[in-house]
Design a protein around this ligand. Sequence first.
Ligand code: MEV
Length: 323
Amino acid sequence: MTSGKASAPAKIILFGEHFVVYGNPAILASINRRITVAAHTIKDNKIVIESDIGAAGEYSNSGFNPIKGGKDAREILDPLYSAIRQILAARNQKIGIKIDVVSKVPHGLGLGSSAASCVAMAAAVDSLFDRPDRQKVCEWAIESERMIHNNSSGADCYVSTFGGLIHYSKSKGFKKMKSKSPLSMVIASTGVRHSTGDLVASVKKFKDKNEILFSDLAKQASDICTQAMAAISSGNKEKMGKLLSENQALLRQIGVSHEKADDLIDICNGAGALGAKITGAGGGGAVIALAASKQDSKKIAAKIKARGYDSFEVEIDQAGLIV
Ligand code: MEV
């Protein structure tokens, strides 16, 4: 094939972020916002990547040449280039490729934009040679994401590849879950972009300094996940909301919340949310709130906007990677 295309969804983490890096379980869902990657073979033996988030550059025998986005372009493009290199090596190919990335996922807010772009990239490039195998795509994407933060649990790439609501742990992989009733959720943005790598490193520092406290918090996070599984499958939204708030209290203790996230959580709860917490790495980023109904989620989203923050209602994506 001379061209291939794939798209992969963003994600939210309902329960267990950060603790999942240390083997704890987490519950995640892919959401209805996607990143699409188109790959075309070209005559020149180089890799040209252009992303609509303002970064473009080319990789050739003489190294990296930024086209758009200056020095920062490299930070965004290197993980994507790594996914391409892995596939070309696995397929024993030496060809030139032009890549176009189109993102409908806000970047740097904890919604899994890096994972989704690595997943879509791996699948689009592999589709130039054969029908991509999802498990393999996920492994390539995790490997590439480790360039962004080398302690990645892999959770974001799993949920982006396989889609839906999943229970994930590093040792057991993922299990698809079903919610008895539809989940009406709102995402609110603090507008503060973060580096997942820096936040994961700051949690590691906290853990190294406070081993006993951290293992107690991890145990509580794991219990919350177990209770959340039961609440989700029985459709007990009040309980789910309560557990979201309990999870947030743990995240605050390990230092990954943010004053704007705390403000947003108060706004969501004041507007009738059943519970709210940061989602993903934290340090700003985004907050998720669970609403009792679709109508309530509209009210919550409107209240957030009225207070000057960005927000949108969100649905769970069931498809995951689409090639
Ligand atoms: C980032 O979306 C989620 C973290 O738990 C890191 C990871 O799982 O690799 C903070």
